[in-house]
Each structure stands twice: as C-alpha cells, then as structure tokens.
Design a protein around this ligand. Structure first.
Ligand code: TTP
Ligand code: MG
Length: 357
C-alpha cells in the first residue's frame, strides 16, 4: 500500500500579502484585479471568505459583498519564489513530487529520504518546515492514494492535517458530497443529482455498466473512487496537453480588425512557448465569449504541425470567420494549441499556467 501526501497552502496569494504587510493581517484581503473594472478575484483571505467572497468571482461583486475589504494586485514573482522554497522542502523528503499549481503538490513518500515510515509524521515535518521557512501555513492530506489525500487536505483547512486510514476510507467516501470528488464539475454534479447521486454512498448503488453508460470513461473513475480505488501514480513530470492564452477585453469589441490584433499578440506568445518547448502543434482552438457571456469554441486540426505566429494567426482568422464575432461584440478572446509533436513536460510548478496572469 502506498503513502501519499497532498500539500495545499492556505489562501496562498492572500497569505503571502498578509505576511509581507502587517496592516493586512486579520483583515479581509482580496487578491486580484481592479474592483472598479472587470477584474477577477484570484483568491482572498479567510476573513474575506466570511463575506462570501471566493476565487473567480468578479472583483466588483467582491467589493459589493465587503466594501471594507482591502484589494491588492497579485505579485507573481513573490509567489513563484515561495513555490520554489516549497519544492526544495519537498525534495528533501522525496523525488516523487507532482505539482498541481504553485501552491499544491502530491508527494509519494512510500519510500522517502527521511527513512520515516509514518507519512503523517512526514506531513507534519513538512508543514512545520514550511511555516519556519516561509512564515506561511499549509494543510495536508495523508492517505493511500491521490484522490483520498487531496480530499483529505481540504477537511481541516486552514493549517490542518487529515489522515484517512484504509479502514476509514469507505465511511469517509460514503459521506462525501459528489462535488468534492476531484473531476466532478458543476454540469456532472447536476446530472448526478438528477440520477439521485448526491454522495459517495449513492454512487455505490450504481453498477459499473450504469455509470459507464451515463458518464462514459469518467464513469469508470467514479465507480472506482467510490470504492476507494485510485491507482494513478504520482507523476513527477507532468505532460502538458495544451498551451493557451486568453484575454478578457477592457471594453467589448465589435471591430474584427481589433480582434485580430489581440489574437495576433496571443499567437506570438504561443509561438514563443512552442519554441521554448521545441515542439509544434497540430490543433488550434479559438475561444470567443460574446458580450452576453455566451461562449463558444471553434477548432481546426491540421495534418502538418505548425509553430509560427503568422500561421497560428492565419488559422485563427479562419476560425473567427466561423463565429458571429463582428455582428456580436466580444468580451473575451482566447487561443490554444494542442496535439504536440513532442511532449512538453511540466517539470516545475513555475511553468504551470496561472489562471489569472
Ligand atoms: P487554491 O489552493 O485553490 O486556493 P488558496 O490557496 O487561495 O486557498 P485554500 O486555502 O482554499 O487552498 O489556489 C492557490 C492559489 O492559486 C491562490 O492563492 C490564487 C491562485 N488561484 C487563482 O489565481 N485563480 C483561481 O481561480 C484559483 C482557484 C486559484
Ligand atoms: Mg491553496
């Protein structure tokens, strides 16, 4: 049986801001964009969460919920520096580290450099070192697979540790609402609800065939997870499936020429990343969100791989012509490339895409 730890920093960006500015401590802090503009909340302190503020909500809404909150812009260089410190602490325990983002990682400590057979003890040592060396708190989940470790790290947040022993797993999963299952988004949650599946216990009532019929290959995952089975290994070098850039526009645009200017900039950034990864892509996807928030994607797959900005922009222009952009004004544009010639490993969490650059 494996020993897996999931580490997740508490209110990461906001905690860093409170650490570096004592005036922010104990107060509702929102890290993100401009509350007077179209900014989005990247994260917020636990004090701010009491007002109902959360990640990905508009900063304007956060302001309405809590006008006395302090709004600060993200400082990515500082968060990246902390992320590097975390990685060093993890590396002192094991090489089997799978970063999920700047502040989150799975560790397989079945065998470890501390020669310690207690994963719980190792998780405590890591949390203590993180606090000593960064002044920040982390939560940990400890169990025998990734699924359980990840869900467990959320149970005693912030600054907590939760162990799920093999003999506790069935009861733990039975009580879990399905939305807590990693991989169950809002759409799947609604579909499960219609089928009467609200918790892990409800999932157990459904046969493998049934779940497969309803949810395709994900159904197999749900079937196994409900039984505490998750054989996914901790993979140190994750492989990147796509590279994308998107921009929420400062003002809605109706002029296709201006849209192409923005797509051109994105094409150049993507071309640069392809070059850095020494690869080329076969597939381009354009994402358009109209002023009324209706969102659509258009994609094209080519037999020959491409990597140049001009080629990307050319395909993007064709794809844009297949939308109503121009007739309708647009508030967001995005491009992403996939199906790479050469795989691009994500070696370091710093290379992971940040949702709100
Ligand atoms: P999370 O670990 O999801 O959130 P958190 O660390 O702020 O809070 P929690 O205590 O619940 O773990 O994300 C880590 C950081 O990633 C977060 O501080 C900000 C950034 N982030 C975004 O920029 N946008 C997002 O939508 C999310 C979810 C996170
Ligand atoms: Mg976190």
């Amino acid at each position: 049986m494996r020993k897996i730890i999931h580490i997740d920093m508490d209110a990461f960006f906001a905690a860093v801001e409170q650490r570096d500015n004592p005036e922010l401590r104990g107060r509702p802090v929102v890290v993100g964009g401009d509350p007077g503009g179209r900014g989005v909340v990247a994260t917020c302190s636990y004090e701010a969460r009491e007002f109902g503020i959360h990640s990905a909500m508009s900063a304007a809404r956060a302001y309405r919920l809590c006008p006395q909150a302090i709004f600060v812009r993200p400082r990515f260089e500082v968060y990246c520096a902390v992320s590097r410190q975390l990685r060093q602490i993890f590396l002192d325990c094991t090489e089997l580290i799978e970063p999920l983002s700047l502040d989150e990682a799975y560790l397989d400590v079945t065998e470890n450099k501390l020669n310690n057979s207690s994963a719980t003890r190792i998780a405590q040592i890591i949390r203590q070192r993180i606090f000593n060396e960064t002044g920040l708190t982390a939560s940990a989940g400890v169990s025998y697979n990734k699924f359980l470790a990840k869900v467990a790290s959320d149970v005693n947040k912030p600054n907590g540790l939760t162990l799920v022993r093999p003999e506790q797993a069935a009861e733990f999963i039975a009580a879990l609402p399905v939305r807590r299952f990693h991989g169950v988004g809002r759409v799947t949650e609604q579909k499960m609800k219609r089928l009467g599946i609200l918790t892990g216990a409800d999932l157990l009532e459904h046969s493998f065939e049934d779940l497969h019929r309803q949810f395709g290959s994900s159904g197999q995952y749900y079937y196994q997870i409900a039984r505490g089975i998750d054989e996914r290994p901790v993979v140190p070098n994750r492989i990147r499936k796509s590279i994308g850039k998107e921009s929420t526009l400062v003002e809605d645009l109706a002029d296709p020429a201006q849209m192409l200017t923005i797509l051109g900039r994105q094409a150049e950034q993507i071309a640069l990343l392809l070059k850095q990864g020494e690869t080329a892509a076969h597939c381009l996807t354009l994402k358009v969100r109209y002023a009324d928030f209706q969102t659509l994607t258009r994609g094209r797959t080519l037999a020959a791989p491409f990597c140049q900005a001009t080629v990307i922009l050319g395909i993007a222009e064709e794809l844009l012509a297949k939308t109503d952009a121009g007739q309708q004004s647009v508030r967001l544009l995005g491009l992403s490339v996939s199906q790479f010639d050469q795989e691009i490993p994500v070696i370091d969490p710093l290379q992971l895409e940040l949702p709100f650059p």
